[in-house]
Design a protein around this ligand. Sequence first.
Ligand code: FE2
Length: 287
Amino acid sequence: MITKDGVSRSQTEFFSENGYLVLPDFIDAQACLQLRDRAMYLAETLCPTPQEATVFTADGTAEHATDNYFLSSGDKIRCFFEKDAFDENGNLRQQAHLCLNKLGHAMHDLDPVFRDFSHSVRLAAVAQSVGLAQELLLQSMYIFKQPRIGGEVACHVDHTYLWTEPQSVVGFWFAIDDATTQNGCMWALPGGHRIPVKTRNRVNESRTVSTMEVLDPTPYPTEGLVPLEAPRGTLIVLNGTLPHRSGPNTSDKPRHAYTIHVIDGTADYPPDNWLQRPSMPMLGFMN
Ligand code: FE2
């Protein structure tokens, strides 16, 4: 039971112990479907040509790391293609908007439907319950994980890419479709948020390339991750230092999800993070 006062004490304790929290039925199905429709509309209307845009890979190859279209998307709504969306001749296999990996990274500020979805007293209460003193919405992503071509996301922690001092990022992940082990649900390592962070992504001064600083070369454990299957409307809250991944979507069912990453306004957000929002201040869940 989630109230305007936040999650229960046992849920807070579970989050603190395990680094994640699964809240089924947090959003009603109608709101999920409305967001889904809006995402498809944005994909269709904003979809660039493949030449203008970026292939987004999160499987460790990081093709987008030197790409201005990606690195300047923090205060915009942009579209990123799946790697497997292209055939051997470099042509899209189907209509462009059905080949997208995701939209990012400021729908929560720039689009009225996403803005409404992303702001509520209930989300503010959850943020407070998991320890954020002054939550600020840093980025949003709508992830399509399309049937057959939806790519995997390799095991990582969000703090690597959204660094604050001290660490503060928390992920809010909404299941817009049912997420299962067949269509690429999230997997997470219970308690893994206590492992010291192994990598830090930084952008250079001219903001033309981001590189990965290795703080600890040993990999995250590959054993022990658990699937977080999530029916439509589920909210999963993730500590920013929790190792998590998702598999490819090899099924014929879509697996849409919406994520918001929130940082604490009391923490420092360094200028060498790839994501900057020069045109917009960050707001809280109730602004
Ligand atoms: Fe992540």
